[in-house]
Design a protein around this ligand. Structure first.
Ligand SMILES: [Zn+2]
Length: 245
């Protein structure tokens, strides 16, 4: 019985893979339009959460592996009013192959992640929480999360006892140099789910858009918990040592 079920699952997976391969190989790029629409929806949602205020942050997804093509929002856009027509398709050297606009300089970081870990989608946010923590923990080189049930939302994590290391990289405006450091970080720590740029923001990724979106939600949650619990602790400690309390 189990064997039959497993075969059925394998057949379904093969059909899904075949569909995905056909979609990717479509030169007219229905995947690009669909991807741009999905990225728009995700970006607007992140704006509502306060994670990509103003023109901050960016979102990308692979539309083709061979040759490598990435759908990515044009630079300088208000993420609260994104539209699918504002997305570009770029090649592995950030040349525009589709769409009007200018790619973000940070597209190089997206490409470094896609190449480094084989990600299918890369999402970048500038939340208050990532800005605070990437500054306060920079001297430690990163932040460790352990013991939180929400860690199980990260791909491959099965227990709250998992220790997730979120490295912090020094920020830079030199994207060639920074993308090189990102590549080195990913080579050194291939199992991480994201990293922070100091007082800048979070980069995370996934095999596909939904996984990358989930990773943003999990990591932003964990960072917010850390900042809020410390703020609560700072308020509680003086109350505990108050004479007569
Ligand atoms: Zn940024």
């Amino acid at each position: 019985m189990f064997g039959v079920t497993r075969k059925k699952i394998e057949r379904r997976a093969k059909r899904r893979n075949a569909t995905a391969t056909n979609a990717r190989s479509n030169p007219n790029g229905t995947p690009f339009a669909e991807t741009a629409a999905s990225l728009t929806e995700i970006g607007r949602g992140f704006h509502v959460r306060g994670w990509v205020l103003g023109t901050s942050g960016n979102f990308s997804a692979v539309t083709s592996r061979e040759p490598l093509r990435l759908a990515i929002a044009s630079t300088g856009l208000d993420k609260g009013s994104l539209s699918p027509t504002q997305f570009l398709e770029v090649d592995n050297a950030v040349n525009i192959v589709r769409g009007d606009g200018r790619p973000s300089a940070e597209a190089l970081l997206h490409l470094a992640i896609v190449r480094g870990v084989g990600a299918g989608a890369v999402l970048h946010t500038h939340s208050v929480w990532s800005t605070v923590l990437s500054g306060s923990h920079a001297s430690q080189g990163g932040i460790a999360f352990e013991g939180y049930e929400m860690l199980k939302g990260l791909e491959g994590v099965r227990t709250h006892k998992h220790r997730e290391w979120l490295p912090i990289l020094e920020n830079s405006q030199d994207m060639v140099e920074l993308s090189d450091r990102v590549s080195k970080t990913l080579r050194a720590s291939p199992s991480i789910h994201g990293f922070l740029l100091k007082e800048h923001g979070l980069y995370t990724w996934g095999a596909g858009l939904q996984e990358a979106k989930r990773h943003v939600e999990i990591l932003e949650f964990l960072m917010e918990v850390l900042v809020r619990s410390r703020a609560a602790g700072e308020r509680l400690i003086p109350a505990l040592i108050e004479p007569g309390s």
